[in-house]
Design a protein around this ligand. Structure first.
Ligand SMILES: [Zn+2]
Length: 426
């Protein structure tokens, strides 16, 4: 069988046209997010493809016209063998009106060894390769006793947790590959959480009272929420500096754990003392940190800052962390993924890459965030491993090397064969 699988992997070169056909179909479904709510046809295509390859389908709406599809294929022996999730997001990054594409972004074009179109790199190319790998193995009747799941999720580009929802629906495995862009590096990732910090006065004062609340003998204990927010911003700066000095993670640039005061809103109009001020912050953290601990660190520190203020101590800041979506409720969470570089599945993946590419893969940390973090949060071992580079994605004339997609298909076939044929450790 070892020889057979080597032959099958080599033979994937002959499937390049078929692979591009799948990709061009996927690109032709316009699924940009935002706005989202546009993936029904694309997901129907996936359902049909998976059914033809022997998968059972679980499909449900995350939002109307944005469903999650999980296909599962198992055997009578599945419980004894390792299981696998292949995960990809069907949404693509949005297109601005002034973007000058040379071609229609939703009509794939092949030129000089590259495919062009929205999403070819991020990440319909990887999805096409995953489907191709599934079909090649199915057509050749290769026995894969371990349970295989293919997930087509939505919402990744706008911070919507499609992958988390799939986990909540009970779809778990011994290992997951998130095929988002990694240029064939095997990666974990740091995490990101956004939050709102609100300073709110219990009273609303007219602008004319400012003299009394600012000056000797005024006897009015009031304050501008905007001015008090400056103390909180200073506190966040100090915490950010402390993290930069004292926290680190191998392979990540020191000081990557930033706290960005990204958006500020506040005040009614110029006739009032500002009675409310809201700050939207973006907090980055390392792969080995959980977002709930990070939130606690920020709150504990800012609460101490507030307690040391004569006015804030009685009107403590209000926190609201995360959210379903940057679109729906202006918040998002991408948990971290701490890659276990010594684990069995990662070793098998490294080996599969080595067999196909003839060199050892780079193992490091993604500079971006992907759905990989949800597997980390759920303690499902996972790796980010996909074709394409960050430079190729989210750009005008997005492109991907066709040879990379073929290579990726080969590594997947090699990996699935080995991993799904390995018995669980007892
Ligand atoms: Zn992506």
């Amino acid at each position: 069988m070892e020889q057979d699988i080597a032959a099958l992997v080599n033979e994937i070169d002959n499937h390049q046209e078929e692979l591009l056909e799948i990709l061009s179909k996927l690109v032709a479904f316009p699924t940009p997010a935002p706005p989202g709510r546009n993936s029904d046809d694309a997901q129907a295509y996936i359902v049909d493809f998976l059914k033809k390859n022997g998968f059972d389908i679980d499909q449900w709406d995350l939002y109307k016209h944005d469903s999650i599809v999980v296909g599962t294929k198992n055997s009578v022996e599945s419980s004894q063998y390792h299981s696998l999730i292949l995960n990809g997001h069907m949404d693509v990054s949005s297109i601005q009106e002034d973007e000058k594409w040379q071609t229609n972004p939703f009509e794939m074009v092949v030129k000089q060894g590259k495919a062009f179109g929205r999403g070819v790199a991020d990440m319909k190319g990887a999805i096409a390769a995953m489907l191709m790998a599934i079909k090649v193995l199915n057509d050749a009747n290769v026995s894969l006793p371990g349970e295989l799941k293919f997930e087509s999720v939505i919402g990744e580009e706008s911070g919507e947790a499609g992958t988390w929802d799939a986990i909540k629906h009970g779809h778990k495995a011994d290992f997951a590959i998130v095929g988002d862009i990694s240029d064939f590096h095997i990666q974990g990732q740091g995490g990101v959480i956004t939050g709102w910090i609100t300073v709110k006065s219990d009273q609303t004062f007219h602008d004319a009272t400012r003299r009394q609340m600012m000056n000797a003998g005024g006897h009015l204990r009031g304050a501008s929420a905007i001015e008090k927010m400056t103390k909180i911003i200073t506190g966040l700066n100090e915490l950010e500096r402390d993290w930069a000095v004292n926290k680190s993670y191998p392979g990540v640039a020191p000081g990557s754990d930033t706290i960005n005061p990204a958006v500020i809103e506040g005040g009614r109009n110029a006739a009032f003392i500002a009675d409310e001020c809201r700050l939207w912050v973006t907090v980055h953290f390392y792969p080995n940190e959980d977002y709930q601990e990070v939130i606690k660190e920020v709150e504990d520190h800012i609460n101490r800052v507030a307690q040391a203020d004569v006015w804030l101590k009685d009107r403590m800041p209000i926190y609201k962390w995360g959210g379903k979506s940057m679109v729906e409720d202006r918040g998002e969470i991408f948990p971290a993924l701490d890659l276990d570089t010594q684990s069995t599945p990662v070793s098998i993946l490294k080996n599969a890459h080595q067999v196909v590419v003839n060199e050892a893969p780079i193992v490091d940390v993604s500079p971006s965030v992907t759905d990989g973090g949800w597997f980390g949060h759920a303690n499902i071992p996972a790796a980010i491993y996909g074709p394409g580079t960050i430079d190729e994605a989210h750009t005008v004339d997005e492109s991907v090397e066709i040879s990379d997609l073929v290579k990726y298909t080969k590594v997947l076939v090699q990996f699935m064969y080995e991993w799904l044929n390995t018995k669980k450790e007892v």
